[in-house]
Ligand binder design. Structure first.
Ligand code: BG6
Length: 512
């Protein structure tokens, strides 16, 4: 007798089949901080794009909560402008009319009980008028100091409490604290209001197609895994370079800096995905467990003076334009020692990775916008050529190009045509633009949809947040204990101390 499990009743509807488009069920989304930059540039356009792709149910409702004295029509106008300016997909009157019929706006301050009671009535009315089914997500796109207030209001007004067979979820944007201790304090507040499985922490890098592709490349193929270890890999470089300065974000950025802003979350997540073992499934628990193992095994160098580097952009010319230095940007404290560039050398203490340095760097006002993970391989143990011909031969590398030119590059040596045996570096490229007709969705489209579906694999667990702070805290304490970031030229690749950090190991940063 066969012991195989019976096939699903309708194979076309097997929920395990992740190839099927996943469409959210009846639900509403409430956004706090709807007038902020993130909402306008990313969240509202992403909601429209999801609707336009047919991934939101017709009953979907969007409620804005803000201090402004707006009517629902004013709110709709703001969403409309944001969508017109930033949406990825074409504007469709039909999509818009359907979506806009589910807009609501509630005016109030975060400490105003009456406003939250009004929000509770609005949400309840949506269930009966529009069919949101009692399912609601609350998106906190607000400064972290407001988290406790909003969360407590959600609890007091009963909004965080689901009725049987319905759900309530909360979405929080980083920063998840500014060190391990404050991350725990924040979590204590969150967990008093929502159970862990209803908390969705956004790290938008995990929503990027190319980031998810790291797992596909590694675990859907046989080609790479055999060489993915310290026998073959020399080192790994993870780069997140931006050409922009801090713009109008002084209030958020000053005192935070590059390490807390993007290394604690985005870059350490990229490291975890690159270094982790194969999870036994892509379920949240399995995936997170493997990432946690890697993060637990990450070690800093003994001497942080030589294994970390920090910089701050000075004034100068970039792209034919004279730009202000960080200290001259509006709203920056005089003499601020906040770093706009951070680099560090980490190791992963495991059998697979022992002895392989992972170099991380992130900075603003660098040469160009590029995020990539370069796995650089050891040199061939022997070259049967005249060194004169192959002296320029670099190391093999596999580069995940996260953005902007999404794809994967493999670099290796090939014979130059001709009678001589000359070998030179060449590259083999996979580009999303050439290989697929579909455009990559924005990270926030994927993540908002996953919140509505209650699908958590792409959201870091609190344990990952804490493990990441455990890695970073000593670096930040060391930097805070003295000295200041080294100034670097806008449009350059950062401070010389970062180059020296690699030079000490006999290596160089890649020129991405
Ligand atoms: C955010 C950081 O998380 O990521 C910003 O707070 C940074 O400082 C941004 O500019 C970059 O995101 P992306 O998707 O453009 O790489």
């Amino acid at each position: 007798m066969s012991t195989a499990p019976p096939p699903p009743a309708n194979p076309l509807r097997d929920p395990r089949d992740r190839r099927l488009p996943r469409i959210a069920g009846p639900a509403g989304l409430v956004i706090f901080g709807v007038t902020g930059d993130l909402a306008k540039r990313k969240l509202l356009p992403a909601i429209y794009d999801l609707a336009n792709r047919g991934l939101l149910p017709p009953s979907f409702a969007l409620t804005g909560f803000a201090r402004r004295d707006w009517s629902t029509a004013d709110f709709a106008q703001i969403v409309h402008d944001a969508v017109r300016e930033h949406a990825r997909t074409e504007f469709s009157e039909r999509t818009w009319a359907q979506l806009a019929s589910g807009f609501r706006f509630v005016q109030g301050e975060f400490d105003d009980d009456a406003a939250f009671d009004e929000l509770a009535r609005t949400v309840a009315a949506l269930d009966t008028e529009r069919g949101t089914g009692g399912n609601h997500a609350f998106y906190l796109s607000v400064p972290p100091r407001s988290f406790p207030l909003v969360l407590n209001q959600l609890k007091r007004s009963g909004l965080s409490e689901p009725a049987p067979e319905t759900w309530r979820r909360v979405v929080i944007e980083k920063p998840f604290g500014h060190n391990l201790e404050s991350a725990r304090e924040l979590d204590a507040v969150v967990s008093q209001v929502f159970p862990e499985d209803s908390v969705f922490r956004i790290d938008h890098y995990l929503g990027k197609e190319t980031v998810q592709n790291i797992l596909a490349m590694r675990f859907a193929n046989q080609l790479f895994e055999p060489v993915w270890n310290n026998h073959y890999v020399d080192h790994v470089q993870i780069t997140m370079a931006e050409d922009i300065g801090i713009g109008s974000r002084a209030g958020y950025y000053d005192g935070i800096g590059a390490a807390r802003d993007v290394i604690q979350n985005h870059l350490l997540q990229l490291l975890a995905l690159t270094a982790m073992e194969e999870p036994f499934s892509f379920d949240a628990d399995a995936l997170r467990r493997e990432k946690e193992k890697v993060l637990s095994a990450v070690r800093l160098g003994d001497d942080l003076a030589t294994t970390t580097a920090r910089g701050q952009y000075a004034a100068g010319w970039q792209g034919g334009e004279h730009v202000r230095g960080y200290l001259q940007e509006d709203g920056i404290a005089p003499g601020s020692t906040t770093e706009t560039y951070a680099a560090m050398r980490l190791e992963v203490e495991s059998r697979r990775w022992a002895g392989v340095p992972f170099y991380l760097r992130a900075g603003k006002r660098l040469g160009r916008r590029v995020t990539e993970i370069a796995v650089v391989f050891k040199r061939a143990p022997h070259l049967p050529f005249d060194l004169g011909h192959s002296g320029e031969l670099g190391q093999n590398a596999l580069v995940f190009r996260v953005q902007p030119d999404e794809g994967v590059t493999i670099r290796f040596g090939a014979k130059v045509p001709g009678t001589a045996m000359e070998v030179r570096d060449v590259t083999m490229d996979f580009g999303y633009g050439n290989a697929f007709t579909e455009n990559s969705p924005e990270a926030y489209e994927r993540l908002i949809l996953d919140v509505l579906l209650g699908d958590p694999p792409l959201f870091p667990h609190q344990r990952e947040v804490e493990l990441s702070w455990r890695i970073l805290d000593p670096v930040i304490e060391f930097w805070d204990s003295g000295g200041s970031p080294e100034p670097y030229r806008p449009g350059s690749w950062g401070p010389t101390s970062a180059d020296e950090m690699l030079a000490r190991d006999g290596r160089r940063w890649r020129l991405p």
